[in-house]
Design a protein around this ligand. Structure first.
Ligand code: SAM
Length: 286
């Protein structure tokens, strides 16, 4: 039995025992490994970075999905960039109000291998008739599509390799163009304790592009280095100022049963610590 050592950071990282190697392949775009670990369940890594584990994926997928969709309140058309494991897709399709889901994933092999070896992530979501799965670079798609969306969720790898372009000014500007009135963009934006520069860079690119931008946080154990941030860009500033009672009504009305998300966590997640506020140049969480 060998170990899997994450190589995201120099001199600091996490180790998993690979109790059973399920699949390993160098795809057209990245190196993919899926293995079993007694404590975390099935684990996928891409290019040396842990992407998702069966044990804690619910935290990340619920927070990256239900916060923007419930804040929006009337999302019908959702765009997912990345998300090859199907976890975001599984959570989006739980919203009956959503009529159309477009998912743009650069690596078809990730989708195929996750369907086979991580079935509990997608739970059949790839069969949803509302889904339009596009195998392409998300940057190409948002730069060229004429479609518009109510919520865009960028569930990408870190800004290294194919994922790097999904943190670029061009990408955020193209997403802004693809949003309907009242639209919201949310993105995976790393752990600020370890990747504060990424948060700062995103902040600088969101500022001036979205009438309301901020970040929200959740602690996902296998995204090491403390709580992680999700970037938030909203055309309507009211979406981040919803009263708790409104969120409670929307959440109850959705009929969705969660393991992590609830309306109180939703509101609390936007309360950033001082060092993050200072890094993004905001005097407060307003
Ligand atoms: N939850 C993980 C995280 O926070 O790091 C991300 C999981 S998901 C597996 C990341 C997906 O982004 C992968 O399937 C990868 O192939 C995809 N991806 C990376 N760069 C992309 C690009 N430019 N366009 C579309 N998908 C991309």
């Amino acid at each position: 039995m060998s170990d899997y050592l994450e190589t995201l950071y120099e001199g600091y990282g996490q180790r998993f025992s690979m109790d059973k190697l399920l699949h390993e392949v160098r795809t057209e775009h990245q190196h993919l490994v899926i293995f079993e670990n007694a404590r975390m369940g099935r684990v996928m890594a891409l290019d040396g970075v842990i992407q998702t584990t069966e044990a804690d994926e619910f935290i990340y997928h619920e927070m990256l999905t239900h916060v923007p969709i419930l804040a929006h309140g009337a999302a019908k058309r959702v765009l997912i960039i990345g998300g090859g494991d199907g976890g975001i897709l599984r959570e989006v399709r739980r919203h009956r109000s959503v009529e159309s889901i477009t998912m743009v994933e650069i690596d078809g092999t990730v989708v195929d291998m996750c369907k086979e070896f991580l079935p509990n992530h997608s739970c059949g979501a790839f069969e949803d008739p509302r889904l339009n799965l596009v195998i392409d670079d998300g940057m190409n798609f948002v730069a060229n599509t004429r479609e518009k969306f109510d919520v865009i969720i960028s569930d990408s790898t870190d800004p290294i390799g194919p994922g790097e372009v999904l943190f670029s000014e061009n990408f955020y500007q193209a997403c802004r163009r693809c949003l309907n009135d009242g639209g919201i963009l949310v993105t995976q934006n790393g752990t600020p304790f370890m990747q504060l520069g990424e948060v700062q860079t995103t902040a600088g690119r969101m500022d001036g592009l979205f009438p309301d931008w901020h970040f929200y946080m959740a602690a996902v154990p296998t995204y090491i280095g403390g709580s992680m941030t999700f970037a938030w860009g909203s055309i309507d500033p009211e979406h981040r100022k919803l009263p708790l009672e409104t969120l409670r009504q929307r959440f109850a009305g959705s009929g969705i049963v969660t393991r992590y998300y609830n309306p109180e966590i939703h509101l609390g997640a936007f309360a950033l610590p001082q060092y993050v506020l200072q890094a993004i140049g905001k005097p407060s969480n307003d």
